[in-house]
Design a protein around this ligand. Structure first.
Ligand SMILES: [Zn+2]
Length: 240
């Protein structure tokens, strides 16, 4: 018999029979630790450090009969530990069901891909090519073997999902409102060109003083474009 012990919240993924258990016994079989853990319902993207007989091993290590394995949750590098260089910033790809979460993340200025036109396979390819973390509530998607970076979003309510992602990656100090387009994920920057304002209603031009434009789709934003509750949303997420 092979014994697998789970730590952190990994046991939330266990199938009904084992739900909530900390230790699961499996009949002896020659397979990788990754395959054994996934067979119990846990996507490999959630697997962190793995110990076999007190020695840290790779999840691809093959289990022998009667072995005991300890599996810890994946602990990502916190954004606060990354350098200030934007090339090190986390980039995300939200799956097709997480459109509202995607808009929150863009609202905070985080590079988040989202498209209703790509299927799962295409989303995975794009994430691999652009080094993006796939955000999903689809465990099957995160179990696809070629997925390298993925995170199962625990909450179902979009604002709580946004808070969850910001907390998990310690992004609180990296929130930059008015830096990314909600529609296309392009970068937006302040615009001084009076001509741009010609496209806006007289009321907007009179009421607002700061305007921004998306460098990609040319959509125009202004301070106050987002609901007045933006500051409150940020506060509720960062606690500041
Ligand atoms: Zn845009």
């Amino acid at each position: 018999m092979q014994i697998i012990k789970f730590y952190g919240d990994l046991n939330i993924f266990l199938s009904r029979k084992n739900k909530g258990k900390r230790t699961v016994c499996l009949p002896d079989s020659r397979r990788s630790i990754k395959d054994a853990v996934e067979s119990l319902g846990i996507p490999h993207t959630e697997i962190g450090k793995v110990y076999l007989n007190k020695r840290e091993v790779s999840p691809s290590c093959v289990l022998e009969n009667g072995e005991v394995v300890k599996v810890y949750p994946f602990a990502c590098k916190k954004a606060g530990d990354l350098s200030e260089s934007s090339s090190e910033d986390y980039k995300f790809a939200a799956d097709i069901h997480l459109g509202k979460l995607c808009r929150y993340l863009r609202l905070f200025g985080f590079d988040t891909f989202y498209s209703r036109e790509l299927n799962d396979k295409e989303t995975i390819s794009l994430a691999l090519e652009e080094n993006r973390i796939i955000l999903s509530r689809d465990i099957g998607l995160l179990k696809v073997s070629i997925v390298e970076q993925g995170y199962f979003v625990r909450n179902t309510e979009p604002r709580l999902q946004a808070k969850e992602v910001v907390t998990r990656y310690s992004l609180q100090t990296r929130i930059k409102p008015y830096s990314r387009c909600l529609d296309c994920n392009g970068e937006i920057s302040q615009v001084k060109d009076e001509g741009v304002r010609g496209n806006l209603s007289a009321e907007i031009r009179r009421k607002y003083k700061e305007f921004y434009i998306c460098r990609n789709c040319k959509k125009i934003y202004w301070k106050g474009y987002h609901s007045k509750g933006l500051d409150d949303i940020i506060k509720s997420i960062t606690g500041n």
